[in-house]
Design a protein around this ligand. Structure first.
Ligand SMILES: NC(=O)c1ccc[n+]([C@@H]2O[C@H](COP(=O)([O-])OP(=O)(O)OC[C@H]3O[C@@H](n4cnc5c(N)ncnc54)[C@H](O)[C@@H]3O)[C@@H](O)[C@H]2O)c1
Ligand SMILES: [Fe+2]
Length: 436
């Protein structure tokens, strides 16, 4: 890899391998109708179908249920998934899964649904006290000791890429902090990625999830390079998220090109099938990329923002639960982060900016952070995102609380290309208050 991927030249004692996990995926309009055949092929006779209250009576779930029925696969439905799950909502789902006596799982929904299904499958199949598998140091971070049951994931949003990842994210209520469970065993067995589902997506969900996808790709490319990663375990113990690698790079660049070209069109026009299809594909690619490379600062910082701001209702999201959508919290920190991290690897930041559609003619390494930040701000303005953290009601008096809120995220933050401590976190939040 050293000849054409000089970035990844091995260091003394560094791991020379990287491992890519992903499901068998099928992409294309109408493929939800293949759920039944896939379940039958996996030998499933009775499945638990996970979805949320908003989707349970809609066309996407109906299509999957009809397909399962047509293939003679029995199905019990769980629709009590919490949008932005919590430890409590995951444990409720796991209890349902344990009692349901099924031989496999189908999820139809966004990241909240797919993540809940992964956790329910895990705790029903490999029972343990809840914190056992949760990421250390918040949880015990124990390895999942054996396989979980087959899971067919059918995403209905175009952003998280959860259908491809071994990650389940939730808010730990007692800490008011987001954390997760990560294991290759949580990667769904099959992903059915059907862009037809995006026709019913509200504009704000397309925008927020599109920025989640963008940030997954940007963070994959700019993460600490895999030979320099901090967790040196190798072989089957190699971590799921290993840092930037050539495979993630290729997928992430392709995802960024689609975001740059199609995100604004996809937000503005639900009938623009080309744009919405491209965003669905980009989300899947970026999911595979960041699962292997890992996220870092924008995600780590976003969790402090969503933990602190609890009084907003964003149109397109459930009215009963005020929240800052995940992708929105992520993008609000993006320009600030890239201005700070670009000196660590200017060429990678310039490649990101170029992939998103920015002109880099004449740009020097010193310009890298600004060129990337400027392009992202253009996209934020074009999709009517809030103008920085101040637009969510935050100001300089919240900076200490935000920096403290990001502390549980050091595991993610350490995947950044430069070292960041409490002082830098405060600077990053201050610089994210207002962008235009
Ligand atoms: N596991 C991972 O790899 C991963 C990656 C990124 C984010 N996440 C997590 O995913 C969650 C966010 O998921 P999300 O952004 O996909 O949104 P979501 O699942 O929270 O759903 C957001 C809203 O969109 C609605 N919706 C979903 N699909 C729809 C459709 N086709 N038509 C109309 N409405 C639809 C939902 O009912 C809900 O009201 C967060 O908890 C985040 O932390 C997980
Ligand atoms: Fe994300």
């Amino acid at each position: 890899m050293a000849c054409c991927h000089a970035d990844f030249a091995a260091l003394e004692g560094s791991d020379r391998g990287f491992t890519i996990g992903m499901p068998t995926f099928t992409f294309g309009a109408g493929v939800l109708a293949e759920a039944g055949d896939n379940a039958a092929e996996l030998g499933l006779r009775r499945v638990a179908l996970f979805t949320d209250r908003n989707l349970v009576d809609g066309a996407h779930v109906a299509k999957v249920r009809a397909s399962l029925q047509g293939a003679g696969v029995n199905c019990v439905v769980y629709d009590e998934v919490a949008i932005e799950p919590t430890d409590r909502s995951l444990q409720d789902a796991a209890r349902f899964a344990r009692d349901a006596n099924v031989d496999g799982y189908v999820s139809v929904g966004g990241g909240s649904v797919i993540d809940t299904c992964k956790a329910a499958n895990l705790y029903a199949t490999q029972p343990a006290e809840f914190m056992t598998y949760v990421n250390a140091p918040i949880g015990a971070g124990q390895r999942v000791p054996g396989p979980v049951k087959p899971h067919i994931a059918c995403p209905t949003t175009s952003g998280t890429g959860s259908e491809t990842t071994g990650i389940s994210i939730f808010t730990l209520t007692s800490l008011n902090a987001k954390t997760g469970i990560i294991s290759r065993r949580l990667i769904p067995t099959v992903a059915l990625v059907d862009p037809d589902v995006t026709r019913t997506l509200p504009a704000n969900v397309v925008a927020a999830t599109g920025f989640d996808c963008m940030s997954h790709a940007l963070e994959s490319i700019t993460a600490r390079l895999y030979p320099r990663r901090l967790n040196p375990a190798q072989g089957v113990r190699r971590p799921v998220s290993q840092g930037a690698n050539p495979f993630s790079d290729a997928l992430a660049v392709s995802a960024l090109q689609s975001v740059g070209q199609y995100l604004v069109r996809a937000v503005d026009d639900p009938s623009d099938a080309e744009a919405r299809t491209e965003m669905m594909y980009a989300a899947m690619l970026a999911g595979i990329a960041f699962n292997a490379a890992g996220c870092h600062l924008p995600h780590g910082l976003s969790y402090a923002v969503s933990g602190l701001v609890k009084d907003r209702h964003i149109e397109g999201y459930p009215a009963a639960k005020p929240l800052i959508p995940h992708g929105m919290a992520v993008v609000l920190n993006n320009p600030s982060v890239w201005r700070h991290t670009a000196p660590a690897h200017p060429t990678r930041h310039l490649r990101c900016a170029h992939s998103l559609g920015a002109s880099i003619v004449g740009a020097t390494p010193d310009d890298a952070g600004e060129v990337l930040a400027t392009r992202i701000i253009e996209l934020m303005q074009a999709t009517r995102m809030p103008n920085g953290l101040a637009a969510l009601g935050l100001n300089e008096t919240h900076v200490d609380a935000l920096a403290e809120g990001a502390e549980p995220q050091y595991r993610v933050i350490k995947n950044a290309p430069i070292d960041v401590g409490a002082a830098e976190l405060r600077t990053l939040f201050k610089s994210a208050m207002r962008y235009w």
